[in-house]
Design a binder for this molecule. Structure first.
Ligand code: BTN
Length: 274
């Protein structure tokens, strides 16, 4: 692995490092680059310190719920970082804030905000496809949540979640759908935006629950009213229309019989009929 002092350090690392130095939330993170690894989340799993690891390629990239995140070398932004969340009771806010932060970071590259939206809880979608995913893994140590936040964003040739046979997933989208090839998006530029937007979203006041819910509802606008099938943590399913995000971060679904369900523990969410 090559850290910021490594001989093979990519261009762009220095710029990112100086951006991070200018944001207090990132100042203590060690920025590292690895050309190829299995999974950046796996690499940071045992980390006891603050690290931010960017990879050129992953051979065993992980998605949510044990799925696979595949990508083509150099075609995506693949990174993980450690983070400490002090308040376990408000952990439901983490995936929402993470989704909002990634969406905000991608706005300048997506040709306008309307096409970029969140699919609950934190898939980042571009038009009719998924352009980015977030995998947050946590452990409790001394009453604090120690997170590894892993993010994959498709720049060019799309990475995708392997279909696990549980139904059709979304098509994979990539940022280059919004741009001319000559105007290709650079991973370091995206990361430079991300460190800024993450600090903004994660550091909003803890009392900002309502504001968070409202911001999320707005950022997920194309999702509301869509037909969804949700596989719950206990294996049961809920089918209906996604209505809104309820206080506490639950997804409110209107079932076919008109009943309301509030879902917090989705194992899988599929858009039906797309
Ligand atoms: C999902 O949508 O299921 C989450 C995908 C998360 C992929 C990223 S790529 C960088 C980091 N390392 C991993 O192994 N996974 C995450």
């Amino acid at each position: 692995m090559n850290g910021t002092d490594g001989v093979d350090m990519p261009e762009g690392m220095n710029e990112l490092r100086s951006r991070m130095n200018g944001i207090s939330a990132w100042r203590n993170h060690r920025l590292e680059w690895i050309e190829t690894t299995g999974s950046t989340n796996e690499d940071l799993k045992a980390a006891g310190d603050m690290r931010f690891l960017v990879a050129g390629h992953q051979t065993a990239g992980r998605g949510q719920r044990g799925r696979v995140w595949t990508s083509v070398p150099g075609a995506g932004v693949l990174f993980s970082f450690t983070w400490i969340w002090p308040d376990i009771d408000s952990a439901w806010k983490i995936p929402l804030r993470a989704g909002l932060a990634v969406r905000s970071a991608l706005l300048p590259f997506a040709g306008g905000g309307d096409r970029l939206w969140l699919k609950w809880p934190n898939d980042i979608c571009l038009g009719s496809g998924k352009v980015g995913g977030i995998l947050i893994e946590s452990t409790v140590r001394a009453g604090l949540l120690h997170l590894v936040v892993g993010i994959g964003i498709n720049l060019r040739v799309p990475g995708r979640l392997a279909d696990d046979g549980a139904g059709p997933g979304m098509r994979a989208a990539s940022l280059d759908e919004c741009r001319e090839p000559a105007d290709a998006v650079n991973r370091w530029t995206v990361l430079g935006e991300f460190v800024r937007t993450w600090a903004e979203w994660i550091e909003r006041p803890a009392s900002g629950g309502d504001a968070l819910i409202s911001a999320y509802i707005e950022a997920a606008r194309p999702f509301w009213g869509r037909s969804v099938c949700v596989v719950l943590g206990d294996g049961g399913t809920v089918e209906g229309r996604a209505i809104t995000l309820a206080p506490g971060g639950a997804l409110e679904i209107c079932e076919k019989n008109g009943g309301r369900r509030f879902v917090t523990d989705a194992r899988r969410l599929t858009l039906v009929g797309e």
